[in-house]
Design a protein around this ligand. Structure first.
Ligand SMILES: C[S@@+](CC[C@H](N)C(=O)[O-])C[C@H]1O[C@@H](n2cnc3c(N)ncnc32)[C@H](O)[C@@H]1O
Length: 239
């Protein structure tokens, strides 16, 4: 099924949650106008790239280093931790929530990390223009749960999005998903088990409850634990 097109040529995609929260501090506004501009990949939006021409991933970091993607990084704690732990990797984060981006961007400037790029918007817009087999790893950490049954189709784990992600991942690339919503974990496992382009590496309860060795707790995970929900850590490998 093809996605219906909006007037400007962009597909009419499900909306995500909030785009804005409280007013940004002056220093955050400055970083959004300076640091963010410097680290935003070009030609990702429909406005800038209506033909959806693939972007050159080597131009993003200036070399052919491994490239990872974090979808919906929230406040960016995990992304920054990974960038500092793996300086030889380039990490692209996508997040439409302005206040989340405004939390991460000053931290990038303060810490001086140079291996992060940020697309302030929908990850699906970036996936559209990433060349085939260009990503070495991807993270989807605590995706919006959309608990109401009439909103289930908004969840990120659905065939069209995972097809797009599969296209962008290299063979052997890892896809990590964390969620505290049992029903979302079940849906994810079921969806991924039914695909012939991924192996499911976390098949036992023990494996699902064990964080990755280089895991860094995110805000949403901290909240889930405070509220007595248990994290699930799922790992898939692109065939
Ligand atoms: C529940 S929050 C989790 C944030 C963060 N990963 C964490 O664990 O703290 C989900 C995030 O995904 C973002 N999001 C939702 N749909 C998205 C999409 N299509 N592309 C990129 N980010 C998205 C939301 O804006 C939100 O910040």
């Amino acid at each position: 099924m093809t996605t219906p097109k909006a007037h400007d040529g962009a597909p009419r995609r499900n909306s995500y949650g909030r785009r804005h929260g409280k007013t940004l501090r002056k220093s955050q506004v400055v970083h959004m106008q300076t640091t963010l501009k410097e680290i935003s990949p070009k030609n990702v939006t429909y406005e800038d790239n209506p033909n959806r021409d693939p972007i050159a991933v080597t131009d993003l970091f200036g070399d052919d280093r491994p490239v990872w993607l974090e979808i919906g990084f929230g406040g960016g704690e995990h992304l920054l931790h990974m960038a500092q732990t793996y300086p030889e990797v380039g990490i692209i984060g996508c997040e439409p929530y302005v206040n989340g981006v405004a939390m991460l961007v000053p931290r990038i400037a303060e810490t001086g990390v140079t291996n992060v790029r940020v697309h302030m918007g929908d990850a699906r817009d970036l996936l559209d223009v990433l060349p085939e087999a260009s990503l070495d790893k991807a993270f989807l950490l605590y995706p919006d749960p959309w608990p109401k049954s009439r909103h289930r189709q908004r969840r990120f784990i659905e065939p069209e999005n995972i097809d797009q992600l599969a296209r962008a991942l290299k063979p052997g690339a890892e896809f990590r998903v964390a969620t505290d919503i049992e029903d979302y974990a079940r849906q994810t496992q079921q969806h991924m088990l039914g695909r012939d382009d991924f192996d499911v590496l976390t098949t036992t309860d023990d494996a699902l409850k064990k964080p990755w060795a280089d895991w860094h707790r995110t805000r949403y995970e901290a909240k889930a634990i405070r509220e007595n929900r248990t994290p699930n850590y799922m790992t898939f490998r692109r065939r």
